[in-house]
Design a protein around this ligand. Structure first.
Ligand SMILES: Cc1ncc(COP(=O)(O)O)c(C=O)c1O
Length: 403
């Protein structure tokens, strides 16, 4: 007897909806239905794209050459500008041929795994991880191997933990600093140690630098192939304009890597999507060739909100929030509240607690299960100061009823 064909392939059928987008959509739907929901789910700046970037796009709209197909790997002037921007911002020197322009950072993530992984290859993924990595790895035939971290180390993975998770099948490590969802930033010495370790083991590193400009206080962003140049030949850097320039909707990201890998990924992209929309590429060109004053302004606002949210969360009994040093997320543990009774219910998991908070306090947070760790919430603080304070007070009021 042959196997019954399924309507949807096993590969695609195994993917779950992005939990962060789902929470955001649910909060927006409740809001549209007239309920005063405050959403901490969104992973995007609450600012509009700076005017000079929008104007560059408007000019590009009127240029007939941008109404046509352009090279699949990206406009040559944008690839060159990304190489120059990378040297300026992280000190990593690459040629334009090492840059591939993608439809947002997300396509860069998926395409990188598709380009590097063979079936059964293992990928070290420190948790809490961004919800897309394991799905993209599995789609590419790889096997995510989760390396758990917690608030006791500020969510940083050590070389010893990575070494312990390594097997003969380990092909690569996913390294993200500043981190989504925790906001953790690895100190330069630890970035160097991890890069040197990976190089010595012969493991590839895929490093996601999309939050490079969002670091606070004394924290310093550092790029792994700069700290450990010996990894450069087995390193792919992922980045994009979304978070730095408030351009999430424009869909421009990129991969930077060794030329053979970039060429292979570009071949793949030439069949999958072809060039990124030219108008968006021209907007991205204005963004990466301009200065960083817009992101400096956003950073100052995020930093103020970061301090408020961490203080307010830590005032709630049973909630513990280490100080996030980067990105725009707080990742508190709510383990001290689980199992207690709140309004006749006894939530046992962070998912159940998040559902109760949405129902009773009309506040949306993303439960830690979405990032591989039960017992936590992710709250984005890329929102107005007033909503932030109101939202966290509502959570505090509800959780103070826990018995
Ligand atoms: C860590 C990380 N990498 C990549 C991305 C992809 O961003 P985009 O596809 O909007 O460029 C995101 C967005 O949430 C992210 O948080």
């Amino acid at each position: 007897m042959g196997r019954m064909p399924t309507r949807v392939s096993a590969r695609i059928g195994a993917i779950s909806e992005s939990a962060t987008l789902a929470v955001d959509a649910k909060a927006k739907a409740l809001k549209a239905a007239g309920r005063p929901v405050i959403g901490f789910g969104a992973g995007e700046p609450d600012f509009p794209t700076p005017g000079y970037i929008v104007e560059a796009a408007q000019r590009a709209c009127a240029e007939p050459r941008f109404h046509k197909y352009t090279p699949a790997a990206g406009l040559p002037e944008l690839r060159a500008a990304i190489a120059a921007k990378t040297a300026r911002d992280s000190g990593y020197h690459v040629e334009p041929a090492q840059v591939l322009v993608t439809n947002g950072g997300k396509q860069a993530v998926y395409q990188t795994f598709a380009t590097l992984l063979d079936p059964g290859d293992e990928v070290l993924v420190p948790a809490p991880y961004w919800t897309t990595y394991p799905e993209a790895i599995a789609l590419a035939g790889g096997v995510p191997v989760v390396v758990p971290t917690d608030e006791s180390t500020g969510y940083l993975a050590s070389v010893e933990q990575l070494e312990a998770a390594c097997t003969a099948r380990t092909k690569l490590l996913v390294f993200v600093s500043p981190s989504n969802p925790t906001g953790a930033v690895y100190p330069p010495a630890q970035v160097k140690a991890i890069g040197e370790w990976a190089a010595a083991k012969g493991i590839w590193v895929v490093t996601d630098e999309i939050y490079e400009h969002l670091v606070y206080g004394d924290a310093k962003f550092s790029s792994i192939p700069v700290q450990a140049p010996e990894i450069a030949d087995r390193c792919v850097v992922l980045n994009g304009v979304a978070k730095t320039y408030a351009m999430t909707g424009w869909r421009v990201g990129w991969m930077i890597g060794p030329k053979d890998v970039i060429k292979a990924a570009a071949n793949y992209q030439s069949h999958a999507t072809s060039n990124v929309a030219n108008v968006s590429q021209m907007a991205a060109l204005a963004a990466v060739s301009g200065d960083l004053s817009a992101v400096a302004e956003m950073r100052a606002a995020f930093d103020r909100r970061r301090k408020t949210i961490v203080r307010m969360l830590n005032e709630i009994p049973g909630v513990e929030c280490p100080e996030p040093l980067g990105a725009f997320y707080a990742y508190p543990s709510v383990k001290g509240v689980l199992g207690k009774e709140i309004r006749g219910k006894r939530p046992q998991t962070s998912s159940e607690l998040a559902a109760l908070i949405l129902e009773e306090a009309e506040v949306a947070v993303v439960p830690g299960e979405a990032f591989g760790t039960d017992g936590y919430f992710r709250l984005s603080y890329a929102m107005s100061d007033a909503d932030l304070e109101e939202g966290v007070s509502r959570i505090g009021k509800l959780l103070s009823e826990a018995r």
